[in-house]
Ligand binder design. Structure first.
Ligand code: PML
Ligand code: MG
Length: 261
């Protein structure tokens, strides 16, 4: 019999304002346990105690597509200025213009945090239909085996936490699509100053000190090329993707080492 998969999604809010969210794709036997895990996780949060927790369980009509993670590294960047310079080096090397990178930076640091990501072509033109909401990536998860291997590998570098794992899973789904050339992400959490830039070629590159502590906004930009934007949006929002393979996780590298790999 065909194996059934379920999407389990959680979002928590306080006085109507979104404070946290998480999701995964699970087999039937794991659904109950995950509903409990997500509800426990939703209560305490840096942005305050949730007063509404919404958990949605949905049977998937489509069998998830298996993919591997991107490889993961951390750069040795020391300041927001150094990060920006590095991001330009990495993204221009895969065909994204300086203008687009500057545009993404301006939008991500302007103080409006969108719920979803912005889509930007290589020249910096915004392509998402709803410029305020952006595009949310959903329907992604990781198999039990891959999750335990990922935890083990991340633990070596002190990175075994939900923030890193979920960002890596999301970015691996995003960069799998042929229209995506790369992604830039800054957390909207004021105390979280590590962002990342990712591309299929170089993998997921963590960027320490992408912003100064205390800045409460951030977001994601996906740089895209060619093809139908509506097909890409459909993939990002609806196509279920399940990580079943972990690419190498490494420690701290310099930009030079990354670009020369
Ligand atoms: C977020 O969820 O707020 C973005 C997280 C970015 C994670 C960067 C990392 O530490 O790898
Ligand atoms: Mg967040």
């Amino acid at each position: 019999m065909k194996r059934r998969y379920y999407s389990v999604r959680m979002r928590a809010s306080k006085e109507g304002v979104h404070i946290s969210g998480a999701e995964g794709i699970y087999v039937r036997d794991d659904v109950n346990k995950m509903v409990q895990t997500y509800s426990q996780r939703a209560f305490p949060h840096e942005k305050g105690r949730a007063d509404g927790i919404f958990i949605k369980v949905e049977e998937l009509k489509e069998t998830p597509r298996n993919i591997s993670t991107l490889s993961l590294y951390t750069l040795n960047t020391k300041s927001p200025e150094a990060v920006q310079k590095t991001v330009v080096e990495i993204l221009t090397s895969v065909g994204i213009t300086q203008r687009a990178i500057k545009e993404a930076y301006t939008s991500l640091t302007r103080g409006i945090t969108m719920r979803g990501a912005m889509l930007m072509d290589v020249e910096g033109v915004r392509l998402e239909p709803d410029l305020l909401r952006g595009v949310r990536v959903t329907r992604m998860g990781i198999t039990r085996n891959a999750a335990s291997l990922l935890s083990k590998k991340l633990s070596k570098y002190g990175l075994n936490n939900n923030t890193v794992k979920e960002a890596l899973i999301l970015s691996s789904k995003v960069n799998k699509h042929p229209m995506v050339l790369g992604e830039l992400c800054l957390s909207d959490d004021p105390n979280y100053t590590v962002g990342y830039v990712s591309t299929r070629k170089y993998g997921y590159i963590r960027l320490p000190r992408i912003k100064k502590r205390g800045i409460p906004f951030g977001g994601r930009a996906f740089f895209i090329t060619g093809g139908e934007v509506k097909d890409l949006i459909k993939y990002l929002q609806n196509t279920p993707v399940l990580i079943n393979k972990i690419r190498p996780i490494r420690g701290i590298l310099s930009v030079k080492e990354i670009l020369e790999r």
